[in-house]
Design a protein around this ligand. Structure first.
Ligand code: HEC
Length: 208
């Protein structure tokens, strides 16, 4: 009995270890850009697509918003995505075809075909019950359908969503890489700068 559970343990551990390296065509977590890395760590040699994350930038607490992650260009035969949110009270739900839930994240269930140089993943975000400003992260891979990680390339983007009145203080910038540019989050640095200036003014007033 003990030996059996040891064997099961070893199999379970080796399956868990091999998943990221060998089965990413059926989805992968931790590569949305939220924690830093994206699909481009492994997927190399192709040209980067442009990606965008579209949907409401404000939600009422507990409300559900519909979002779409769009990949355009690159190798553009097939593609996949990694989607994550930086708030534990928020939930991501797979929308149309091609997406599945992996832990708290969403990823492609299998490589999805492009149509007219474009690939769309629809999903929803259920906002937490409390006021907060959260960030959605997405990395999209544009692949050449050779079932290897060569000749592909990914890009990532993010979108800030204000829930209710939003966070009392701005979220610290996590400095993740944004190969695809991130027009959608362009407001965040300006807001941060404004807050920095404001707090410096306050400090100066307090000191004098
Ligand atoms: C740890 C390395 C690694 C990371 C990170 C990775 N992949 Fe992969 N990916 C692979 C390998 C290896 C293959 C080929 C084997 C397979 O099909 O799983 C692959 C295959 C794929 C394919 C099929 C490619 C083709 O040309 O047919 C897609 C689509 C894909 N991955 C999407 C993604 C997405 C989307 C991400 C990021 C959210 C990602 N991968 C992150 C290693 C990785």
């Amino acid at each position: 009995m003990r030996r059996l559970s040891a064997v099961i343990g070893v199999v379970a551990v080796s399956l868990a270890w091999s998943t990221p390296a060998f089965a990413t065509s059926s989805g992968i977590t931790g590569q949305s850009g939220k924690d830093g890395p994206t699909c481009s760590t492994c997927h190399q040699g192709g040209t980067a697509p442009t990606v965008s994350l579209e949907g409401p930038s404000e939600l009422a607490p507990g409300a559900t918003g519909e979002y779409v992650f769009i990949i355009r260009g690159g190798a553009a035969k097939t593609g996949g995505v990694g989607l994550a949110v930086d708030n534990a009270g928020a939930t991501l739900q797979a929308g149309g075809t091609g997406l599945k839930k992996l832990g708290s994240e969403l990823s492609h269930a299998s490589p999805q075909p492009f149509t007219n140089n474009e690939l769309r993943f629809t999903f929803s975000l259920v906002a937490p019950a409390t006021d907060v400003t959260l960030t959605l992260f997405g990395a999209g891979n544009s692949s050449n359908a050779d079932l290897s990680s060569d000749g592909d390339r990914a890009a990532s983007t993010k979108l800030a969503v204000k829930v209710g009145k939003g966070s009392p203080t701005p979220q610290p910038d996590d400095g993740g890489d944004d190969e695809g540019g991130c027009a959608a989050a362009g407001g965040a640095p300006v807001w941060g700068l404004a807050m920095a200036v404001a707090s410096r003014l306050l400090l100066r007033r307090r000191r004098s």
